[in-house]
Ligand binder design. Structure first.
Ligand code: PHE
Length: 473
């Protein structure tokens, strides 16, 4: 493991501030914002979810985001680009690095099903272009992808396997070419397109009326369901657990991805403003766009009760695949183009996130075991293929909400708790706060020093204990 003072050697580093913020936003904005958030909100009572969600963002999400950036930049100065090495620098105990290893493992298990869903978006680009949806209603299309039937493994089409392989190959190829510059460039072009088209979709969806073919209920019922704040969620531990988990998932914290991106900063590069901006952009996209596209449109075509039933039945990720093609089908010649664009942009959002899951694994193999980048990328691809294959077999028909709960919610929360304790109590909050504010272009409110030391860990602990006493799965 590298040690000693920060080396002056030339390192891979971010180009510009805009590029960095966009790349981190590309990391954070992903299938979580457009597919997972609406499903979690629907499963947890819509407006009842929103209140714990926003509180979790302010008291857990943001502080942990800053902590991860600080740990990442700190570790990066000592040549570490992945969590285990970084954690080893925060204190004396040799156990610290295993906390980092746990984060990396979570990263891999999430990548396994994340890349599979990412591959569905690619399949849907292909089928939009071919006009498949015009001839086949999406509700009966590829039930094996979407979990509308309990198809067994033998029924999984070769095609789905093909798209999964293609997606993994693309990930491995891009990772093996080196991340930093490519992601910056892609995010500069792709993010504005995604946000623009997302806004168009949200508006088009909200104007669906009873006169439009196939519409059974007003999309405004769905909008109201997501947005009408309800205090009832405050008293439900499983809603808190889901809300905190979703905040971590969407901010990409709790598994070492932000550590890795922050490691490419210079010692005095700002953290406070960058992290806050990227995190806020992500939340804006999630709550405003993610909350206004899928549920309203799904409500229009399926009815609110069916949306809730569909997400509760373990096919949360499938909802967008079921309903959006129906909307595009109404758009005549533009339908296939719109479908290809939307699913293409989702694929883009997904791949900038899965690359961000791969990068820390790569960095770990490169830094600690001196594995060459290409081989490390291949290692990540193979591990994802094996684990992903296992998930597909264990959860036929894409019904892996339970797996998603343990890896994408529970593990993130456990990791975040360990991390904030290590930062505030072992590394020490005074050192930590100084580290966080080094070179800062934004003055963080000083009470957050105490939030990080006391409030955030206590809060996570209460959420965790509450959910253990009253489990949600
Ligand atoms: N934040 C991403 C999303 O919302 C998921 C992600 C998690 C990406 C961890 C990278 C690392 O889709």
């Amino acid at each position: 493991m590298a040690s000693g003072p920060p080396s002056g050697a030339k390192k891979e580093q971010w180009g510009t501030r805009v590029g960095l913020v966009l790349a981190v936003a590309g990391n954070a904005v992903g299938l979580g914002n457009f597919l997972r958030f609406p499903a979690q909100a629907a499963q947890n009572g819509g407006g009842a979810f929103l209140v714990p969600y926003l509180i979790s963002f302010v008291l857990m999400g943001l502080p942990i985001l800053w902590v991860e950036w600080a740990i990442g930049r700190h570790g990066g100065q000592y040549g570490h680009h992945s969590s285990p090495g970084m954690f080893a620098r925060l204190g004396r105990s040799r156990w610290l690095k295993y906390v980092g290893v746990f984060g990396l493992f979570t990263n891999l298990t999430v990548a396994a099903y994340y890349c599979y869903i990412e591959s569905w978006t690619l399949a849907y680009v292909w089928h939009s272009l071919r006009g498949t949806f015009a001839a086949t209603p999406p509700t009966t299309f590829f039930p094996e992808y979407l979990g509308t039937t309990n198809a067994d493994i033998a029924a999984i089409p070769y095609e789905a396997a093909g798209f999964f392989l293609a997606t993994l190959t693309l990930n491995v190829w891009l990772l093996s070419r080196g991340l930093v510059r490519g992601v910056e460039l892609a995010a500069k072009i792709g993010m504005p397109l995604l946000l623009g088209f997302g806004a168009v979709l949200a508006i088009k969806g909200l104007f669906l009326g009873p006169g439009d073919p196939g519409v059974v209920e007003s999309p405004l019922v769905g909008l109201n369901f997501v947005w009408e704040p309800q205090a009832s969620g405050l008293f439900n531990p499983s809603t808190w657990l889901a809300a905190a988990g979703q905040v971590f998932f969407t901010l990409s914290v709790g598994m070492g991805s932000i550590h890795c991106y922050a490691a490419y900063l210079r010692e005095k590069d700002d953290i406070a403003l960058n992290a806050t901006t990227a995190g806020t952009v992500n939340e804006f996209v999630e709550v405003i766009l993610g909350g206004s596209i899928l549920i309203p449109i799904a409500t229009a075509y399926l009815g609110l009760a069916a949306v809730q039933a569909a997400t509760a039945g373990g096919s949360g990720f499938g909802l967008g695949f079921l309903t959006l093609p129906t909307l595009f089908n109404q758009w005549g010649w533009f339908g296939p183009v719109a479908g290809a664009m939307w699913f293409g942009l989702l694929f883009f959002a997904g791949i900038t996130s899965s690359l961000a899951m791969g990068q820390p694994v790569l960095a770990f193999l490169q830094d600690e075991f001196k594995v060459a980048r290409e081989r490390a990328a291949l290692g990540f691809g193979l591990a994802t293929l094996l684990l992903g294959g296992l998930v597909v077999v264990l959860y036929p028909g894409g019904t892996f909400d339970e797996f998603d709960f343990w890896t994408g919610t529970f593990s993130l929360i456990v990791f975040a708790l360990a991390e904030v304790l290590i930062f505030g109590w072992i590394f020490g909050i005074d050192r930590g706060w100084a580290e966080l504010n080094k070179g800062a272009d934004l003055r963080l409110p000083s009470f957050y020093k105490y939030v990080i030391k006391y409030v955030t860990p206590l809060f996570i602990l209460v959420v965790l204990l509450g959910a253990i006493v009253k489990p949600s799965v």
